[in-house]
Design a protein around this ligand. Structure first.
Ligand SMILES: NC(=O)c1ccc[n+]([C@@H]2O[C@H](COP(=O)([O-])OP(=O)(O)OC[C@H]3O[C@@H](n4cnc5c(N)ncnc54)[C@H](OP(=O)(O)O)[C@@H]3O)[C@@H](O)[C@H]2O)c1
Length: 315
């Protein structure tokens, strides 16, 4: 395993983290706890020490099951969770970053994760109404109380992250990043200058880049990927061109399409860590092996060209 430093802290986190959305059993099709537990154990064995969850994943279930799967190890690893997406009794979600909501969400997360302090507490999605100054000052208060070790943000623009970091030190930003939708160099440079680690999610475009979703497939009921434009209609057809490019690279190197997609997305050292959704032990083993591949220029160009053509087709 390769490790990196989290922001300006002394914490070392694995370059690949374990994404726990699917583990919550909501929005990603059916998941058996026994499979998630085995996957967590395999990830620990292979050196993964960074686990990302959120209170809303499975409406608390993901945090609860992550704590169960990790057992006493939960205090030895870096757990990142999030607040800001609340839900009602019918399961309807809405954004709420108010200090009042944050304080109660934090208490609930601490309880479910069976921790006294959360290593990285992240604003999941900004609610567009609470002032950032107010949120950051409330987070700082919880930090002083010892309930949060470090503060992180997620899905923030360059301006928002700059503003939040001016109020209180932000150690990490979580953003969507993969070969289909790479982050801009200027944005990454700004984060680096401010010692904010970029934690990338969606490296496999929700499984699409493994190439296993082709013509005739149907997601199970409740799997949100059935509404994802990347998996439907014209956009899906265009994405297949990128899969074909991954296939060409696959024929030349002894790595799978998914490993190549992860390897290319993490190739840039400005991407501190990539969190990947693992459902099984096998997926853990396969995905972690991507760190053994050093992308060559030919592979980079081939895939970049296919992505460029996909965008050109779009306009
Ligand atoms: N901050 C945010 O707003 C945000 C948003 C999204 C995600 N995240 C975080 O990022 C994590 C990862 O994102 P993600 O889960 O949406 O996407 P992802 O990592 O791109 O895709 C994960 C899915 O791909 C499939 N997969 C993984 N490895 C595979 C392999 N080797 N072979 C075949 N299929 C494989 C699995 O689903 P199937 O087997 O069912 O295909 C898995 O659930 C989440 O768990 C969450 O922690 C954060």
């Amino acid at each position: 395993m390769k490790y990196t430093t989290l922001g300006g802290t002394s914490l070392k986190i694995s370059r690949i983290g374990f994404g726990c959305w699917a583990m919550g059993g909501h929005g990603y099709g059916p998941v058996e706890f026994s499979d998630s537990e085995k996957a967590v154990h395999k990830a620990l064995e292979l050196g993964v020490n960074f686990f990302d969850t959120a209170d809303v994943y499975g409406f608390g279930k993901s945090e609860e099951l992550l704590a169960k799967a990790l057992g006493s190890k939960r205090k030895d690893v870096v757990i990142a969770t999030k607040f800001g997406v609340a839900w009602d009794e019918t399961g309807k979600t809405y954004k709420d970053c108010s200090p009042k909501h944050m304080v109660s969400a934090l208490e609930a997360s601490l309880k479910r994760l069976k921790l006294e302090c959360i290593p990285l507490y992240q604003i999941h999605w900004y609610d567009g109404k609470t002032s950032l100054q107010e949120i950051m000052s409330a987070l700082r208060k919880c930090q002083k109380q010892g309930k949060i070790l470090h503060i992180g943000c997620s899905n923030f623009s360059s301006e928002m992250i700059g503003e939040a970091n001016a109020y209180e030190k932000v150690q990490a930003l979580q953003s969507d990043h993969n070969i289909l939708n790479p982050l801009a160099t200027d944005f990454l440079k700004k984060l680096e200058e401010n010692q904010i680690s970029l934690i990338a999610y969606n490296l496999l475009a929700r499984g699409l880049l493994t190439g296993k979703y082709r013509q005739a497939f149907q997601f199970s009921e409740g799997d949100t990927r059935s509404q994802d434009p990347n998996f439907t209609g014209e956009q899906f057809q265009r994405n297949l061109k990128v899969i074909e490019a991954l296939e060409k690279v696959e024929k030349k190197v002894s790595f799978t399409k998914g490993q190549i997609a992860i390897g290319l997305a993490l190739h840039n050292p400005q991407i501190a860590c990539g969190i990947i959704g693992f459902k099984t032990e096998k997926q853990v083993e396969e995905n972690l092996h991507s760190l053994s591949w050093t992308p060559d220029l030919e592979a980079v160009k081939l895939v970049e060209q296919a992505v460029k053509e996909r965008y050109e087709l779009k306009s």
